[in-house]
Design a protein around this ligand. Sequence first.
Ligand SMILES: *[C@@H]1O[C@H](CO)[C@@H](O)[C@H](O)[C@H]1NC(C)=O
Ligand SMILES: *[C@@H]1O[C@H](CO)[C@@H](O)[C@H](O)[C@H]1NC(C)=O
Ligand SMILES: *[C@@H]1O[C@H](CO)[C@@H](O)[C@H](O)[C@H]1NC(C)=O
Ligand SMILES: *[C@@H]1O[C@H](CO)[C@@H](O)[C@H](O)[C@H]1NC(C)=O
Ligand SMILES: *[C@@H]1O[C@H](CO)[C@@H](O)[C@H](O)[C@H]1NC(C)=O
Ligand SMILES: *[C@@H]1O[C@H](CO)[C@@H](O)[C@H](O)[C@H]1NC(C)=O
Ligand SMILES: *[C@@H]1O[C@H](CO)[C@@H](O)[C@H](O)[C@H]1NC(C)=O
Length: 517
Amino acid sequence: MTGGKGQAVRWIIAAVFIANVASTLADRQPHVVFILADDFGWYDVGYHGSEIRTPNLDRLSAGGVRLENYYVQPLCTPSRNQLMTGRYQIHTGMQHQIIWPCQPYCVPLDEKLLPQLMKEAGYGTHMVGKWHLGMYKKDCLPTRRGFDSYFGYLTGSEDYFTHIRCYQNSSLNLTRCALDLRDGEEVATGYKGVYSTELLSQRAISIIERHNSQKPLFLYVALQAVHSPLQVPERYVAPYSFIKDTNRRLYAGMVSAMDEAVGNITLALQKGGLWNNTVLVFSTDNGGQTLSGGSNWPLRGRKWSLWEGGVHGVGFVASPLLKQPGTVNRKLIHISDWLPTLVGLAGGSTKGTKPLDGFNVWNTISKGFASPRVELLHNIDPLYNDIAPCKFSFFFSPTFRDSWANSSFNVSVHAAIRSSSWKLLTGYPGCDVWFPRPGDNTSESSSSKVDQLKPVMLFNIEKDPEERNEVSAQFPKVVNHLLSRLEQHQRHARPINFPDDDPRCDPGPTGAWGPWA
Ligand SMILES: *[C@@H]1O[C@H](CO)[C@@H](O)[C@H](O)[C@H]1NC(C)=O
Ligand SMILES: *[C@@H]1O[C@H](CO)[C@@H](O)[C@H](O)[C@H]1NC(C)=O
Ligand SMILES: *[C@@H]1O[C@H](CO)[C@@H](O)[C@H](O)[C@H]1NC(C)=O
Ligand SMILES: *[C@@H]1O[C@H](CO)[C@@H](O)[C@H](O)[C@H]1NC(C)=O
Ligand SMILES: *[C@@H]1O[C@H](CO)[C@@H](O)[C@H](O)[C@H]1NC(C)=O
Ligand SMILES: *[C@@H]1O[C@H](CO)[C@@H](O)[C@H](O)[C@H]1NC(C)=O
Ligand SMILES: *[C@@H]1O[C@H](CO)[C@@H](O)[C@H](O)[C@H]1NC(C)=O
């Protein structure tokens, strides 16, 4: 009978519809694993031609999407701050430097962080590794800011084996070396001698193994690797006897350990049956530190500078959910974009956040669509100082002082902004050297000429990614426009919060770094 047949067809349609809805929901809630490397430079990954071998990063990214026009902040705290808030530092008052162990501040508590949003979307949220977003009081800790679980360290730069962090402030008579490792909010003892890269990746793996794959997982793995101190078990260094520079050789070993850790985490996702519904993001937090074995060749500058070597980061996405796997993406993407992108993938809502500076770039990454981002504020920091200056003497060309002194933006202020292919820098951007490719012995040829630095500099990054050809004189309209954009941003900036060290931070002879207020 036609009626019965119609009924059956309707049932089939309904069943297909329900199945589709179910699979759409599943698709909308992928597991998200975000691996953040520390101080990993542009030239330190195999697929950029490095002499350091990174087979896992090469393979994962080759089957995923390599982000080759991807930007991060030049320092630890700022990049992590933007990753967690989706907002520029000028909007959190954290535009200056990093949080030192005794400073009584953290990411403002009225900011809603990425893990909170993922949790609201139904995710299990876990963090392993470096926090560095403030810990002077308990409310600042990762477990109070959206993570169901946390295992890691709260400051930075500690020992890879003892997990001890030393900090001194002579005006407070404070020199303290203390443990910096926590499981949840409790001090984690008993891990002395376990190499950080293995410790953290093993913890990540046990979270994956214990996870109920029916519930979406958000796992943030902020590795200690490959930040200084240069420490690594000998077996990772052995293959690099051909590297003559000791720092670079040790660093190469540390990179190999990190690469292995990423491979192990990926394998755990596959074994646990999570991989086919996982989006894995790999990102550095800032450019490489040339003082500690890192390299950003051929880019100019390094960590702690606004040159490309400080901010043009290594990043990729690996996932069976990508619509165009195996592609190289050259669209402008920034670390502040992950919050709206990942919350979007989670089917969550960003309504509870303050106004975002990041964009949802999933269609850009997955399908190659144009990036919604056309402008990128690298930073504005009127208090900037370079704590590890390179050899040079800063010189403002008098003609340029005259040309742009009329601007309503103070061009002595350390700032940079990108608009499509243009990048404008003002003030002193930080160490400006083109460091030679590791192994090259042509020493001095690459340092800049002193008179090349001006208070206002313009580069066409797409044509000139190495920032060799300063063109402000040829494009005054572009300069004026970008100066006025800087001025607008600065007008909406929060005052810088960078409090004095608090002597009460001292954990005492047997204590650990942690909340004191
Ligand atoms: C630090 O030590 C010096 C010398 O012992 C002393 O004069 C000074 O008052 C101390 N400062 C503080 C802040 O304790
Ligand atoms: C990766 O897994 C292997 C096998 O379990 C282990 O021996 C190695 O230490 C792990 N590497 C890291 C960096 O965790
Ligand atoms: C993903 O893997 C799980 C476990 O192996 C399997 O049950 C599921 O059908 C797979 N999903 C897809 C979309 O392939
Ligand atoms: C411009 O900025 C510099 C560097 O931050 C500062 O020293 C100077 O006082 C500022 N000038 C004015 C007029 O605000
Ligand atoms: C400042 O001077 C430059 C060079 O003389 C000129 O091109 C520009 O329009 C001026 N800008 C403002 C804001 O007056
Ligand atoms: C620099 O490297 C070249 C080629 O590897 C070599 O021939 C030359 O002797 C080296 N010069 C110095 C000063 O080490
Ligand atoms: C040491 O502490 C004092 C007082 O809080 C602060 O002004 C100073 O900047 C600190 N020094 C360093 C090196 O952080």
